[in-house]
Design a protein around this ligand. Structure first.
Ligand code: PXP
Length: 257
């Protein structure tokens, strides 16, 4: 196992700081300020999703994040010409292609790479040509992993939504099944030479199961952290998440400490 895999990277998604700002218009709270705070608290990277309808993050936010944040920026984007042009303009460290329209997603919510191969392929190629590390947000299914590998995307991000929903519902057996799906898909992707990320819906309580999967190199977490920040501050929320990840890795024997 290489050193990079030993310490899981934590990407903090600051979209919902912008959601709150946009509820009133104006500039407060500023997602770029939140990004600075998250970095101070130990975030290894910042993630932001520029949606086609700009419901939270704006073009100006992306420009400021690119200019001001000295950690890797992961731009989540739909596979559209408009988003591609924005990504090429700002050249973030990484771009994660996510579904936005119903027809682009699988029944559970990941990008349908297996079904949408022809549409997605040129976006992967053009981002990669520009030196942007491309990741595809997919369900934890072998056929989606294989399709991503076929497109030569270097990274897949596994959708943890079904696992987190099962946990929220208190359905232990379903939670275990969903975690097993994540484990299998992560191992399969790593065997195929892909770097494995994971995210969606993770909390202090659910993060440990995913952090303990040896193939996973990065987690991207947003909504829960921004929600927790209301009660205890963003700094504390990020630090607690980092600690929960480190503890899970140590217990699972996948960290050096
Ligand atoms: N990863 C991807 C690809 C996402 O689209 C999202 C949600 O925007 C997340 C991670 C983070 O999910 P959450 O906000 O539920 O933590």
């Amino acid at each position: 196992m290489n050193e990079d895999r030993l310490r899981l990277r934590l990407g903090v998604n600051i979209d919902h700081v912008a959601t709150i700002r946009n509820a009133r218009g104006g500039r407060h709270p500023d997602p770029v300020r939140a990004a600075h705070m998250a970095v101070e608290a130990g975030a290894d990277g910042i993630t932001a999703h520029l949606r086609e309808d700009r419901r939270h993050i704006t073009d100006d936010d992306i420009a400021r994040l690119s200019a001001e944040i000295d950690r890797p920026l992961n731009l989540e984007m739909a596979a559209t010409e408009e988003m591609l042009a924005i990504a090429l303009r700002h050249a973030p460290h990484a771009a994660c292609i996510v579904p936005e329209r119903r027809e682009e997603r699988t029944t559970e919510g990941g990008l349908d790479v297996a079904g949408g191969h022809n549409h997605i392929a040129p976006f992967v190629a053009r981002l990669a040509e520009a030196g942007i590390r491309v990741s595809l947000f997919i369900e934890p299914e072998a056929r989606q992993v294989d399709a991503a590998a076929g497109l030569r995307a270097p990274v897949v991000e596994l959708h943890t939504g079904a696992y987190c929903e099962a946990a929220l519902a208190g359905d232990g057996p379903r939670r275990e099944r969903e975690l097993a799906r994540l484990r299998q898909a992560a191992a399969h992707a790593a065997e195929a030479g892909l770097e494995v990320h994971a995210g969606h819906g993770l909390t202090f309580e659910t993060v440990g199961g995913v952090a303990a999967l040896p193939a996973v190199a990065e987690l991207n977490i947003g909504h829960f952290l921004i929600g927790e920040a209301i009660f205890g501050g963003l700094d504390s929320a990020v630090r607690r998440m980092r600690a929960a990840i480190d503890t899970a890795q140590r217990r699972a024997g996948v960290s050096p400490g």
